[in-house]
Design a protein around this ligand. Sequence first.
Ligand SMILES: C[S@@+](CC[C@H](N)C(=O)[O-])C[C@H]1O[C@@H](n2cnc3c(N)ncnc32)[C@H](O)[C@@H]1O
Length: 398
Amino acid sequence: MTQASLVERLTLCGTAPDSEISALAKEAGLARLVAVLVDEVLFRCDAPVNTTPVHVALEVLHGGEEHRTVLWMAAGEPVRVVDGDVDPPTIRRHLRISLTDLVRRLYGPLRPQHSGDFTDVFLPNRPADLSELRGILEATHQAGGTLLSGCTAEGPGLGPLSVKYGSDKWASFHWYTQHYEKHFAAYRDRPVRVLEIGIGGYEGDLGGPSLKMWKRYFHRGLVYGLDLFDKSALNQDRLTALTGDQGNAETLREVAEKYGPFDIIIDDGSHENEHVRVSFDALFPYVRPGGLYVIEDLQTAYWPRFGGTSGPVTGPDTSVGLLKRLQDDLHYREFDPKPGEPTLTQSEVIGVHTYHNIAFIEKGVNGETSIPAWMDDEAWKALGAITPEEGRAKGDAR
Ligand SMILES: C[S@@+](CC[C@H](N)C(=O)[O-])C[C@H]1O[C@@H](n2cnc3c(N)ncnc32)[C@H](O)[C@@H]1O
């Protein structure tokens, strides 16, 4: 079983019966499964705050087997797995949980904080030097909290996550995360596939802040990024960095055929208006029904050097022009004369939500009926309505 398919199956196990988790453990082996879970826990963990370093053990039980992972926790360092033997008395805390409970904590639905599935063995051994007791006690308490922060689907909101990972989607030039929270909340518990065009980073920094933010937010999600530059060194479970030019429709279709369809696509790439249109046209067919296509940085619709229009009214070839076209598509049944066969966007765009510099396009079945053509003035009158002319005359008379 490849690592990618193991991880994908695990994300689906969050809502599957115990028997599926057992079958996966049998197929992959408990040690391999626990290694994936521990990586996920470490990705989610808050930074340690304990200034006295401690060892904490995470013990996963399944089918009479126990798999222990010893973690080193110290403020200022990332939590890490200790390879090799550790002198058991120096393990200050043992947090023990069944495999099924841990899988559900990580990939199951969001739920309020709880502790009814862990067995906690706190300071099982008397420290040799009691002058260290206070520091060890405090550190053991803090380190347990750090580990538990990683053993849950819950986490900070998107604003704090964007700051944590270094994305500019909040509290910078942009204030996008409030809109993302509103539109993404319904997808948070689902095993979504998310593609973001534009991974970010600069000389000496590989980037990927928003991909990490999506990975943490969508606790069951598979996150893909696409960038002109090779950023595959970012690859980890549930996060894949792909290389390609968003101005090339063929490349985009190849990516979507291989990794899609996607529940959510976000365009945060070059922001050149032509690229925004090419990407939308190529990728919107690969958004799942019920999914979303997001376009960031609409300001470039007003910037000529990005192919935008100067002045207050944007042209049809800009990103804002595209959104206007989609508004019309949404209303194609109201056209007079009536159109022929609807286009893809006429039949599948069901909502266009525009905020300052960001838009969310909803995909679904644009199947609502229109008022039939035979509803003439006579028919409206039969319902007690007045004609626009009668309404205006009444208004003028007042
Ligand atoms: C604004 S950054 C993305 C920031 C990131 N999404 C975040 O929120 O942290 C834009 C990225 O788009 C990439 N890019 C520029 N032109 C591109 C193109 N034609 N195709 C794909 N990626 C492109 C750049 O290399 C850069 O990494």
